[in-house]
Design a protein around this ligand. Structure first.
Ligand code: AMP
Ligand code: GLY
Length: 430
């Protein structure tokens, strides 16, 4: 089978690494990929994975590439490509592709759409309001005492959410998004949610248009600095499982969210075939969805896929073809931890092109895989090319051992300006 994977981050390297283990895959291309994806080889025949220099959102060029190269199956990583309608374009051209279509991808592409859907279909979520007018938005913030999350409606590279603790901060957040247009047209409308207290976890469910199969729990670390301080980032590290829910509690939380979500999709005629990733706050009054994403999490994927025992090609085909009832997800009991190594200055501005040392030594440690995110190859060397550079991932029988091994591997890697959190998985070990 000839496979095309779209994207270039750590999530996509993890997807490529796992898909390359499938006995079904005899050729694999990644558009555009990174230095890590280009270093993978297929288990079936040893063939190298090949990067293709086309951006994941350049839909006309991707369709033209598919028409010339005839992939049997395409797997989409990033939300931008889904929101831009890559699935619809490939299907219209007669190609099989995994991921939600543009209408279904609105769960992530529009927070207004998602919030309205949750309220109409009884999915537990924060008290909220949706506004196109900054004055009305501020009035609602004031009714919450200013303790709220102000969210740009559209996609904003994971940065379109501002948290406020008082009325002044809330008004500034509304102005930043709606008046100063910090996130451009994504902020033409906002969702304002009450501020939820509790433990935040990531859920993932693979969906086929009719049913949803829940993954184990994981937890991300969104803030840049230790102790959940500093700016929001795309995610500085993850671990799985997160010990805040028993298996029975997880199944119950999954039911509270996924049953009304599936019923709502059926009622509204939404055919969601892909990965639903609800961000959930475990509050004193029960689980509440703070947002939906319509793709694998990054860096959640880096800790899920080493634990997944199924053939990922078979799972994604079953999802795309509406056959999930026939498959059972199988997970290794091991724990997995991913520590993100970032460029100095991230999530603000940062330098690129720094030579990365120690990758081979880190990868040689037992139970370790270094997933590349923002990397490129230059003059035969691996160099930094993004804010999140690497996801150093380790698995072991216990969370503590996996955490220690991930940090042992992180400690042998260096590049100028390297920064990473030292407390990934600490909440799970308390
Ligand atoms: P989002 O992109 O919607 O996941 O928001 C980014 C981050 O902001 C989340 O991961 C939470 O940590 C935080 N957040 C979002 N909404 C809320 C809320 N209603 N209450 C408290 N924290 C929130
Ligand atoms: N882990 C955060 C995200 O994928 O959006």
């Amino acid at each position: 089978m000839k496979l095309l994977v779209l994207g270039s981050g750590g999530r996509e390297h993890a997807l490529v690494w796992k898909l390359a283990q499938s006995r079904h895959v005899t050729q694999m291309f990644v558009a555009p990929g990174n230095a890590g994806t280009a270093a993978e080889c297929l288990a079936a025949n040893g063939a190298p994975v090949q990067n293709v220099a086309i951006g994941a959102e350049d839909i006309p060029a991707l369709v033209a590439w598919a028409q010339a190269n005839r992939p049997d199956f395409t797997v989409v990583g990033p939300d931008g490509a889904l929101g831009a309608g890559v699935v619809d374009a490939f299907q219209a051209a007669g190609f099989k592709i995994w991921g939600p279509n543009q209408r279904a991808a609105q769960f992530e592409a529009s927070k207004v759409f998602s919030q309205d859907f949750m309220e109409r279909h009884g999915i537990p979520t924060a008290k909220s309001g949706t506004f196109a007018d900054p004055v009305a938005a501020k009035r609602f913030c004031a009714t919450l005492g200013g303790r709220c999350a102000v969210k740009a409606d559209g996609l904003a590279l994971g940065k379109g959410v501002l948290l406020a603790g008082n009325v002044d901060e809330a008004e500034r957040a509304v102005d930043e998004i709606m008046v100063d247009k910090a996130f451009g047209t994504a902020g033409a409308r906002v969702v304002v949610q009450e501020f939820l207290e509790g433990m935040e976890i990531s859920l993932h469910a693979l969906c086929d248009g009719k049913m949803a199969k829940l993954f184990p729990t994981s937890q991300d670390h969104k803030r840049a600095l230790d102790g959940d301080q500093g700016l929001n980032t795309g995610g500085m590290g993850t671990y799985s499982p997160a010990p805040f829910l028993t298996d029975a509690e997880l199944a119950d939380v999954g039911r509270q969210i996924l049953n009304p979500w599936l019923a709502g999709c059926a009622a509204d005629g939404i055919d969601f075939r892909g990965l639903l990733y609800p961000g959930v706050m475990l509050t004193k009054s029960g689980p509440k969805v703070i947002e939906f994403n319509a793709r694998f999490g990054d860096p959640e994927t880096q800790v899920y896929l080493p634990r997944l025992e199924n053939d990922l090609v078979e799972l994604l085909l079953a999802s795309a073809e509406g056959r999930l009832a026939d498959v059972e997800l199988e997970w290794s009991p091991s724990a997995c931890v991913c520590v993100v190594l970032a460029s100095g200055g991230y999530p603000g501005s940062y330098a690129k092109g720094k030579v990365i040392h120690g990758l081979d030594q880190a990868n040689a440690l037992p139970g370790v895989k270094v997933f590349h995110a923002g990397t490129a190859t230059k003059d035969g060397q691996t160099v930094t090319s993004g804010g999140r550079v690497l996801g150093v991932t380790a698995w072991a029988p216990t969370l503590r051992a996996a955490r220690d091994q991930a940090y042992a591997a992180a400690n042998v890697i260096c590049f100028e300006g390297i920064q990473y959190r030292r407390d990934i998985a600490a909440k799970g070990l308390r």
